[in-house]
Design a protein. Structure first.
Length: 119
């Protein structure tokens, strides 16, 4: 599956970000966009349906927060299921992949240096 990943930051300080509208208007099956920088981190929105590849981030933690849908975060040996208003932080160095059995909208928070496809 093709992943559409945009790392350019779309919003600056004190700009209103209509996260719900962005998610609602996205027609892609696997898409994410950096929204705003917060100190040395970035908040991204993701619209997911399908599965991502196994990967890790050598130097950065990653937080997934589900807005709508259902996200499965596979780790070696177990899977964490997230429903709306639930989150999980994947520590740096931990091999993982995300799967969305249905259209799912998530916010991701991670260091601005992260390579979204993993190391």
């Amino acid at each position: 599956m093709a992943y559409e990943i945009h790392t350019d930051v779309k919003y600056g300080p004190l700009e209103r970000i209509d996260v719900g509208r962005i998610g609602d208007e996205c027609p892609q099956r696997w898409w994410n966009q950096s929204l705003v920088r917060v100190n040395d981190c970035v908040a991204r929105i993701g619209v997911l349906h399908g599965e991502f590849h196994w990967h890790h981030h050598e130097k950065e933690d990653e937080l997934f927060y589900v807005l709508e849908g259902r996200l499965l975060v596979d780790l070696e040996g177990r899977t964490v299921e997230l429903l709306p208003r639930q989150a999980v932080m994947v520590p740096k160095g931990v091999r993982h992949r995300t799967r969305a059995p249905e259209r799912t909208v998530v916010l991701m928070f991670e260091a601005a240096t992260v390579v979204p496809t993993g190391d």
